[in-house]
Design a protein around this ligand. Structure first.
Ligand SMILES: *Cc1c(COP(=O)(O)O)cnc(C)c1O
Length: 362
């Protein structure tokens, strides 16, 4: 049932069993769904994150951006001041959301190949001393750069900031000590490292911080507090139609994450896949955009090998070999991206680099 392998930032290649989980229909007020599936998912997410009941989860219809918008629109009150430190398209999108929502915010924009470091955040806090909330992206999927949310956490803590992390493309694939780091809101979605299919996002939040969001949202459908409150009261009930098949697939995907050995085991697979990819591509003469210490195992940007390189042709040739890759997304370098997340394995990256080698020979 596979057309080709998706080596992309999501939607991803999913397992056969995740796809098969969608072959039944579910009633949204029946306990089979609410308690048997939704509640189990919420518990399983906390388990995967190693969290106790100081934390809670909310699932929200839409793609990941909807969950980011819902979080910012609920967590940042009119008297608050948000600082966004961005080094790519997803950080920039948070600023776009804040603009639409009329939030009181400041944006510090770094070059896409530059990491958001504690020093950069400290510097920004000097420029914007009224800051109450800090928002950063963990793995900027724009390039694949990893931002050190662990050391940034110390700055957030020292300044008593509400700490919001877009861990869309890392949660489930890179271990994150949410409680230890004092992350107040962590946002991710169904179709990234948990390896489900697209259709909803989720937020893991400190319960007291989420409770404080009551009445803040200016949007009905993106009111994260109201969604959470309904899920708590209704024991897994969503406001408005929930994406039942997608939710069932996600339930299966979480089971498969546990079977694989949890987040640590998945992280190790992604690292091995990434190392296999980079070794193979470097042997063929390709160069990564980022140096190894800034690079996540999630997705990798490669520079075009020469001025005559045509991405569209390369893309089509690789597709003929059964691999779909992704265009680059940065302004001042010609790159393409290859993702390591999804139900893809180190041997798939051996096969991919062989395919690249044969394309080069064509
Ligand atoms: C995928 C992703 C998002 C959300 O994108 P959608 O297209 O709305 O799903 C947000 N942030 C990061 C870092 C992502 O990788």
């Amino acid at each position: 049932m596979r057309n080709y392998l998706l080596l992309t930032p999501g939607p991803l290649t999913t397992s056969q069993s995740v796809k098969e989980a969608m072959l039944q229909d579910w009633c949204t007020w029946d306990n089979d769904y609410n308690i048997g599936i939704v509640t189990e998912i919420r518990e399983s997410l906390l388990r995967a994150a190693g969290l106790d009941n100081e934390y809670t989860t909310v699932l929200l219809q839409g793609s990941g951006t909807y969950a980011v918008e819902a979080t910012l629109g609920c967590a940042v009150k009119p008297e608050d001041q948000l600082l966004i430190v961005a080094n790519g398209a997803y950080g920039a999108r948070m600023a776009e959301i804040a603009t639409y929502q009329g939030l009181n915010f400041n944006l510090v924009s770094l070059h896409e190949a530059e990491q958001v470091t504690p020093a950069v955040v400290e510097e920004a806090l000097k420029a914007y001393p009224g800051t109450t909330h800090l928002s950063v992206v963990h793995c900027e999927t724009t390039t694949g750069i990893i931002n050190p949310i662990e050391t940034i956490a110390a700055v957030a803590k020292a300044h008593n900031l509400t700490y919001i992390v877009d861990a869309m493309s890392s949660f489930g694939g890179i271990p994150i000590d949410i409680k230890g780091l004092g992350i107040d809101f962590l946002i991710s979605s169904a179709n990234k490292c948990i390896q489900g299919v697209p259709g909803f996002g989720f937020v893991i939040a400190r319960k007291d911080k989420l409770e404080a969001c009551k009445g803040v949202s200016k949007s009905l459908s993106l009111d994260l507090y109201a969604q959470w409150s309904e899920m708590e009261k209704g024991k897994g009930k969503w406001r408005f139609t929930s994406p039942t098949h997608v939710v069932r697939a996600f339930h299966q995907a979480l089971k498969e994450l546990e079977e694989e050995g949890g987040v640590e085991a998945r992280y190790n697979r992604y690292k091995t896949s990434h190392a296999t990819l980079v070794k193979g591509m470097r042997a063929l003469g390709y160069t990564t955009l980022l140096s190894d210490e800034k690079q996540s195992p999630i997705i990798t940007s490669f520079l075009y090998p020469n001025d005559d390189f045509c991405f569209a042709t390369f893309y089509e040739q690789l597709k003929q070999h059964g691999f779909v890759i992704y265009p680059g997304k940065i302004s001042d370098a010609n790159t393409f991206r290859i993702g390591n997340i999804g139900d893809v394995h180190p041997h798939d990256f051996e096969a991919l680099t062989q395919a690249v080698a044969s394309v080069l020979a064509e």
